[in-house]
Write a protein that binds this ligand. Structure first.
Ligand code: DHB
Ligand code: FE
Length: 281
């Protein structure tokens, strides 16, 4: 049986990747942001998983308006960093875990969640920036990664409730796997930000921190928040936060241990939130 040991939640911002790749982490603007992830990188070294199941969103990089999967699971052997306009990030190729991914696809689809199967894909900042924040600048990522892409870009997007229940189905699938793997599930994107229109630049510290409190203490109730509240309170891109509910839904029903919590504004146009929750087995 494989086990979900912990969940990690973090925002993604392309400028964070650029700051790392261009050697700007020591600049005054970026120092406090990267300081917040130092404990996380130490934690990763002490809690190295066998596989990371990484819930993220593609930003019209691998997908486009031509086809819009609500949920898509990466079953490939590897994924290359995407070219988002400035060339691919100079980070390692992401190795997949086709066996576990295929098993989860089988189990979750039989559990009535419609997943798109991805056998070839490049991965954008939504996936590589969380890896960089948690693992630092490394020659190889510490373990295989299963990318799990969620549509939060083009409406209609999935509800928080559906995301939370999908997390439950992933938890069950992992528990049914016949190899004793330690699996971390990461929920990424968010927190408050809006990149366009009259409200561009919107940040809502109070709502974000309440979201973090509730994600820890009452995720079931948090799953009932309707998408319009995310957009109104956390901005049009704040809807990325529904992805955190997939990771939280995959955790045990027992209260988690909060290994780390961090919140920082600004990083580009985004409020950066970060949590590490450990399962009390
Ligand atoms: C920014 C944030 C995002 O989530 C994203 O996908 C692109 C840009 C930003 O704050 O610049
Ligand atoms: Fe984004």
């Amino acid at each position: 049986m494989a086990t979900i040991t912990a969940s990690v939640y973090t925002s993604h911002v392309p400028a964070i990747g650029a700051a790392l790749d261009l050697g700007k982490t020591g600049e005054e603007y970026w120092k406090p942001l990267f300081a917040g992830y130092q404990p996380s990188q130490a934690w990763m070294k002490d809690n190295n998983p066998d596989v990371i199941f990484l819930v993220y969103n593609d930003h019209a990089t691998a997908f486009s308006l031509d086809f819009i999967p609500t949920f898509a699971i990466g079953c490939a052997a590897e994924y290359r960093p995407a070219d988002e306009g400035w060339g691919p990030r100079p980070v390692p190729v992401v190795k997949g875990h086709p066996e576990l991914a295929a098993h989860i696809a089988q189990s979750v689809i039989q559990d009535d969640f419609d997943l798109t199967i991805i056998n070839r894909m490049d991965v954008d900042h939504g996936l590589t920036v969380p890896l960089s924040l948690m693992c630092g600048q490394v020659a190889e990522w510490p373990c295989p990664v299963i990318p799990f892409a969620v549509n939060v870009v083009q409406y209609p997007v999935p509800s928080g409730r559906r995301c939370f229940n999908l997390g439950r189905a992933i938890r069950k699938a992992v528990a049914l796997y016949d190899q004793p793997l330690k699996v971390q599930i990461w929920g990424t994107g968010g927190m408050s930000h809006q990149l366009q229109g009259p409200r561009a630049g919107l940040i809502n510290r109070e709502w974000d921190n309440k979201f973090l409190d509730r994600l820890i203490a009452e995720p079931e109730q948090l799953a009932d928040v309707p998408h319009i509240e995310y957009v109104r309170e956390a901005g049009s891109e704040g809807i990325e936060l529904v992805m955190w509910l997939i990771a939280r839904g995959a955790m045990s029903d027992q209260p988690p241990r909060v290994a780390h919590r961090f919140y920082h504004v600004p990083a580009s146009n985004t409020a950066v939130g970060h949590l590490i929750l450990e399962n009390s087995q």
